[in-house]
Design a protein around this ligand. Structure first.
Ligand SMILES: NC(=O)c1ccc[n+]([C@@H]2O[C@H](COP(=O)([O-])OP(=O)(O)OC[C@H]3O[C@@H](n4cnc5c(N)ncnc54)[C@H](OP(=O)(O)O)[C@@H]3O)[C@@H](O)[C@H]2O)c1
Length: 349
């Protein structure tokens, strides 16, 4: 049987995403073959394509952090999964494909009635949001949070979970549609292109916020620190700014640079500890925490999938694309102004 997948042969812009048709992969011992129903498209995919994400694989590789699919073939020695079972997984790369083989212990069963695109949005974005709120810091009802990139994938997840936690929230964005989405999710929208975000937060709160969630990185982390009240924390979890400054094209010459943005991050982190005011900068990385605490990853994902099943959370789906349009999906995300999650649907049913 043949299938289609996307490959990256060298790092660069969206044009490096190639569609290839080839024989379906065969599951090895302990693996299952999954028919992919939905694969998430996120900023980490773009950064890996550019060669500048800490998890950038060696080329050639197939992008795709997270997926929802159906178990379609079992390798030898697989006992805990059944054929036809709907599952979810975060392989970090490989999900932009019609079929993918995954180790049995990497997959988590899913309620069969859940929408595949909504469920895939839970994996990278909502686990990131949930673990930042409850593992990196421990938010309490009534506390204040400033959420940067609030209309994006992780941002909207933070807003939904933050509202359930009883936080008072302020969210940055640059479009009027983004501002409406942020208000609907219970936060005060601040346009970071037209307003001085720090001045606005201090005006609205008088003494600042307890937490800032910052995916922008670089010098922006230090700016975020200025919005904190005494004892507050900035959770830094990305380096979007260095990309966005160049229109989400890093100008990569084809090299892999997995330390991109990391040294400056470390510098600010240490600075947060040394300076007075007890205002700390805390790093968060989903893949690092998954390696250190795999049981937290599994537990938090199950909690979030239950919340989705009970309709306590509702991921915003920005757009669904067929697999062959992965390039257009990356271009759209890079352009900005996307509200919620972009999803590829390789085998729509
Ligand atoms: N550490 C982790 O484990 C982890 C996990 C997941 C994601 N991430 C990182 O999180 C970041 C966001 O990912 P995502 O998938 O949510 O991306 P996304 O959906 O594209 O959202 C990014 C948002 O950032 C906003 N933005 C861009 N530049 C900004 C600036 N200078 N100030 C304020 N907002 C700005 C954009 O808003 P406008 O369009 O309104 O300008 C956009 O809504 C990426 O850097 C990604 O690598 C990290």
């Amino acid at each position: 049987m043949r299938h289609t997948r996307i490959i990256v042969n060298h790092y660069g812009g969206p044009e490096v995403l190639r569609v290839v048709e080839e024989e379906c992969p065969e599951p090895k011992d302990g693996e299952v073959r999954v028919k992919v129903l939905a694969a998430g498209v996120g900023m980490p995919d773009i950064m890996a394509r550019e060669g500048i994400h800490p998890e950038t694989p060696q080329v050639p590789y197939t992008p795709g952090w997270d997926l929802v699919g159906v178990v379609e073939q079992l390798g030898n020695g697989v006992h805990s999964v059944e054929l036809g079972q709907k599952i979810v997984a975060m392989p970090i790369y490989g999900a932009y494909a019609e079929f993918v083989c995954l180790p049995e212990d990497e997959i988590i069963p899913l309620h069969s009635d859940l929408d595949a695109a909504e469920a895939v949005s839970i994996v990278l974005n909502y686990i990131t949001a949930y673990q930042m709120l409850y593992r990196s810091v421990h938010v309490q009802s009534g506390e204040r949070a400033l959420i940067h990139g609030a209309s994006g994938g992780v941002g909207t997840a933070l807003l939904q979970l933050g509202r359930l936690a009883g936080l008072m929230m302020y969210g940055t964005c640059s479009t009027s549609q983004g501002a409406s989405a942020i208000s609907e999710l219970g936060a005060t929208a601040i346009d970071y292109k037209k307003q001085d975000v720090i001045a606005e937060v201090l005006r609205l709160t008088t003494d600042g916020v307890d937490y800032v969630f910052d995916p922008i990185g670089g010098a922006h982390l230090w700016q975020s620190r200025k919005a904190l009240r005494r004892g507050g924390k900035v959770v830094g979890y990305g380096t979007t700014t260095t990309l966005r400054a160049k229109g989400l094209d890093s100008g990569n010459t084809g090299h892999r640079n997995r330390l991109h943005g990391v040294p400056i991050f470390a510098l600010y982190l240490i600075g947060g500890w040394l300076l007075p005011g007890h205002k700390r900068i805390v790093p968060y990385s989903i893949q690092t925490l998954k390696r250190l605490k795999p049981e937290w990853f599994r537990q938090d994902l199950i909690t979030l999938l239950d919340m989705l099943h009970q309709r306590k959370i509702k991921p915003l789906i920005a757009q669904r694309f067929p697999l062959a349009e992965a390039k257009q999906a990356h271009e759209l995300l890079a352009k900005g102004g996307v509200i919620g999650k972009i999803v590829l649907v390789p085998n729509e049913i």
